[in-house]
Design a protein around this ligand. Structure first.
Ligand code: ATP
Length: 242
């Protein structure tokens, strides 16, 4: 397998606060890596730095090339896309307009744009039915679908998702994570940040547990699910039958 994203000894500070303290992480092509950990562990900060939204020290490499000199737009052009925790949709705009904005940075021909839009609507039938509806009137699950659909409009090769299950009912969480799993099967590499540790580990290949800005534990997802420390702290002492 070839390397998609390599993060080495990453440090990120907000003034006096060292939010990320020497994190290293590696994502192979076509994998889902999950990053779990408590509030304030540095998960969102890590994604923001990988996207180019925050200054950092250490190494960040995408498809074997350094990202250091690339701004956010250039990273999007290379195929990196972040779906932030707050979704950041344009509430007063329609579903269709939001999707259109997702394709903006890729300067697509009209036919390529139409093809991509149709593939998003084929995946998210509910978005197709609601294409003229304002984003702010969508349900929480539909909004997350729109955030994912908008990201797919930029044809990402690396998708970074910040807590896609946040605030959603269990059935909707399952639906969203199934879609994330399908995207991996279609070849998109995924860095998944989740508080919902069990759900994330169930669909990912490898997991990292962050605590106070450091990697406390990492390993294959199925072995992390069985790890007594992970079970006690993040899975609420869940048993295999849960
Ligand atoms: P959560 O699961 O609650 O979203 P997280 O693991 O994503 O948490 P971060 O949001 O990355 O954690 O925060 C990591 C640390 O950085 C926290 O201590 C937080 O208070 C601090 N921090 C985050 N954003 C800022 C900011 N803009 N200014 C100052 N400190 C910040």
């Amino acid at each position: 397998m070839s390397s998609m994203l390599e993060i080495g000894d990453l440090h990120i500070s907000y003034g006096q606060v060292d939010a990320v303290r020497g994190i290293s992480l590696s994502l192979e092509r076509g994998q889902i890596i999950s990053v779990i950990g408590p509030n304030g562990a540095g998960k969102t900060t890590l994604l923001a730095a990988a996207m180019g939204l925050l200054p950092c020290s250490g190494t960040l490499r995408f498809e074997d090339q350094s990202l250091a000199a690339l701004d956010v737009e250039s990273r999007v052009e290379r195929g990196i896309c972040l779906v932030p925790e707050r979704r950041e949709l344009f509430g007063e705009l329609s579903v269709l307009d939001n999707l259109q904005l997702g394709a903006y940075s890729r300067r697509l021909s009209r036919s390529a744009f139409k093809a991509r839009l149709e593939s998003v609507f084929a995946r998210f039938k509910r978005l197709a039915e609601r294409r003229t509806q304002r984003a702010e009137t969508l349900s929480g699950g539909e909004r997350q679908m729109l955030a994912l659909g908008r990201a797919l409009m930029s044809a990402p090769r690396l998708l970074m998702l910040d807590e896609p299950s946040l605030g959603l009912a269990p059935l909707v969480v399952r639906e969203i994570l199934n879609i994330v799993s399908d995207l991996r099967d279609e070849g998109i590499s995924i860095l998944l940040v989740e508080q919902n540790a069990l759900a994330a580990l169930e669909i990912s290949d490898y997991g990292y547990v962050l605590e106070t800005g450091e990697v406390a534990l990492h390993g294959k997802s199925d072995s992390l699910v069985r790890d007594p420390r992970v079970r006690a702290t993040y899975l609420g002492g869940a048993t295999d039958d849960d």
